[in-house]
Design a binder for this molecule. Sequence first.
Ligand code: ISL
Length: 548
Amino acid sequence: MSQPWWTEAVCYQIYPRSFNDSDGDGVGDLPGIRERVDYLDDLGVDAVWLSPVYQSPQADHGYDVADYRSIHDEYGTLADFDDLLEALHDRDIRLLMDLVVNHTSDEHEWFERSRRGEKPYDEYYYWRESEDGPPNNWESTFGGSAWTYDETREAYYLHLFDEKQPDLNWRNPRVREEVQDICQFWLDRGVDGFRMDVINLISKAEGLPDGVPNDMQVGVEHFWDGPNLEAYLQELHDAVLADPAIVAVGEMPGISAGRAQDFVGEDGPLSMVISFDHVVLDWGPDGRWDPTDVSPGGFQRALLTWQEHLAENGWPCLYLENHDQPRSVSRYGDDETYHYESATMLATVLLTLRGTPFVYQGQEIGMTNASFPDPSVLEDVETLNFLAETDDDYAAVRDAVEAQSRDNSRTPMQWDGTEQAGFTTGDPWLPVTDNYHEINAASARESDDSIWQFYRELIEFRAETPALRRGSLAVLEDVPEAVFAFERTHDGRHVRSYCNLTDAIQEVSVEVPVATVVGNYRDPQAGESLHGDLELRPYEALVCDLTE
Ligand code: ISL
């Protein structure tokens, strides 16, 4: 059976605002991305997911769309977009657009007309009249009530995110047709698919009932897997996404691996689901801003649950970082003593599990979390809302912000050791992290044994190894909990990964002879035949072939 292209691909996520600035205004742009297409080609990726580039007031940096058919001024023009797409396609790199259709910007023409009560836009959003405060107790993901009163319409509108991101009313068939048209517009321009933002939130419970009070987000049970979710996705699929060459990756916070099975696989409306189990492990009892440690066992279980549920029908989407998450080497590794070892060990987990790996810009050079001594530089709306709501002063919450803020992954891409890390000739919109002299793409590419080279080699090895691209996955059980060990099998070839998730030496017993093909220590137990007792050094990762 021929496999869809995206099951064999490695995808690279670009956050345009922070990738590369071509005109010195301090903000990344499309021509800037165009300048770096050869970099992506050298890394060996097969597809790019572009975070939103549409016209937007940037209240949530593009996840608040004011016009789905034009490019945000700071990023360029549709002609720049076409140039970029052509340059990517010339190198056999596909492009996924970010489809943000749970909500629009409040500056979208639909909303402006809706708040004035103009037909047919009056029913494009959720409006409720209420004399005594918000119509229900739902909370926004970014804190506070999910309802804001609008003076013009004299009613409340629903926003599950910021007040500048009103939720679209998917019960209205016109809204659903608009979304189909938007997809078709970009497909006609030549894009290869979509990453669909918070797509599990589009269906809200009938009557918008109150949620059960909780410490996280009141109301979620009424919108994270609503009554019409499958029907809406199926309709969208049948209308515009049915071609198997189109990839549709649904971001679904809160959806379990078991439930995800209903959306993917042969009959499902989506190609893949972006899971969250492994990125909420460090959320404490009070959520994101109450961080706690991640245990190696918890990390493995979160990833393996998705491997198991999607083993037969469906396909995992693999990622450790994106523009909403802290940097993985800081979160799951050790960004000081074992920077190289832990970043490359995490690369091994990402690139040898079963599924389509997504590498986030800068991950391939081991970019770390930032330091934010001065809160006035922070830009992320979620972080700013948290700071506005908390009674604590900044000193008391700084650790939480530095561990969890989405700005950690949005600092400019570190291209080289020159001023502003080569990202811009102007003042960057968010400060460059000061370790750019040591951590940057130029020096990583000059070195023979950098994190970048490791990514490149492992991506290449994956591309030429069917067992890694297509093979089934079996967990190797007789290892310490700190070691993530699994075997991939295809067509009689077995490839094993042994990943030490900790900074302590771990002993494992290799019960069959294997030969190391890739290792992250300078003297890898490489090429060597291993059998019997084996000591894995801190964050050591070995990818091995079975030799018999
Ligand atoms: O982790 C989170 C909850 O605190 C969020 O950042 C989560 O990733 C988010 O709720 C879903 O993210 C997507 O939709 C948001 C946008 O801000 C994110 O950037 C986007 O990835 C609203 O469009």
